[in-house]
Design a protein around this ligand. Structure first.
Ligand SMILES: O=C(O)CCC(=O)C(=O)O
Length: 269
């Protein structure tokens, strides 16, 4: 299904590296052909509709109000619906894993993970923190507040190295595309626990917001510390994307209340 994907050139990786470390994000272009997008999108829809056994996956449904504050936690799968907001553990599906772990992504992750540009990238061990479908049903979805993907809340002993976000539907501004504050990755964590950034901290920077509208098949890299958000979907079409967070292979889980997690090795084949 992925056999024909072209490799990223050294020039494109160099340009991506410069933009990523300067701005905290970079668009890597349209990488997936429509037929591949259809397969991946179809898999996630089948999981949401329970045409594929939903048991291996973690779900969070949209709040009826579309307000982040009203989301239910711990409810999991609550019946077939295309209005799940988030589905985690996508790597448990062999087809989706084929993209998460695809060889064409390995040099992108290894190049962007290193603050110095090295070509070809040093072959370091990479593991998976999470692979998540972010879904906004037509005319719905939930507003995702400004946040960073790191901090104590993430339960790891060092920051993630990069996140790759793939659009499986068009994501124009009106559909709630990802928005960022360029350069904010360089400011460290806004709070030690990470996650949502308090409104008074974000407010002085809002004028610098940049929206990143995407077409289906587009790939975007996000630094874990970039301040980012997305709004509700005000279009008549759904907005689905997959976001994969990669770790340096030496990363260890720091949680103590539960058995520490181990992280799935990536790009080994
Ligand atoms: O797709 C979205 O709306 C949010 C994506 C996101 O927050 C992430 O990839 O970390």
């Amino acid at each position: 299904m992925f056999a024909a994907l072209p490799a990223f050139s050294e020039t494109s990786l160099r340009q991506a590296h410069t933009a990523f470390w300067r701005d905290g994000y970079v668009s890597l272009g349209n990488v997936l052909p429509p037929e591949t997008v259809d397969v991946l999108r179809g898999r996630i829809h089948a999981i949401m509709m329970a045409d594929i056994d939903p048991a291996p996956f973690f779900f969070q449904h949209d709040a009826a109000s579309g307000r982040y504050e009203d989301l239910a936690y711990g409810s999991g799968f609550c019946g077939p619906s295309l209005a799940y907001r988030k589905i985690e553990k996508l790597e448990r599906d062999a087809v989706l894993r084929g993209w998460i772990d695809h060889a064409v992504l390995a040099p992108v992750v290894r190049t962007l993970a290193n603050p110095e540009f090295v070509a070809p990238p040093v072959v370091t061990a990479i593991t998976l923190y999470r692979a998540v479908a972010w879904n906004k049903a037509a005319g719905g979805g939930t507003e995702l507040p400004w946040h960073q993907d790191g901090g104590l809340f993430w339960g790891i002993d060092r920051p993630g190295v990069v996140q790759l976000w793939t659009a499986l539907d068009d994501a124009p501004v009106a559909a709630g595309c990802v928005e960022v504050i360029p350069g904010s990755h360089a400011w460290g964590l806004a709070t030690p626990q990470g996650g949502t950034i308090p409104d008074p901290v974000v407010a002085p920077h809002l004028a610098a917001t940049v929206a990143i509208p995407a077409r289906r098949g587009d790939l975007i890299a996000l630094h874990n510390y970039i301040w980012h958000r997305s709004g509700r979907n005000q279009t008549a079409a759904p907005r689905l994307a997959v976001s994969v967070s990669y770790l340096d292979g030496a990363t260890r889980c720091t949680r103590q209340r539960y058995k520490p997690r181990t992280f799935l090795p990536m790009f080994e084949s």
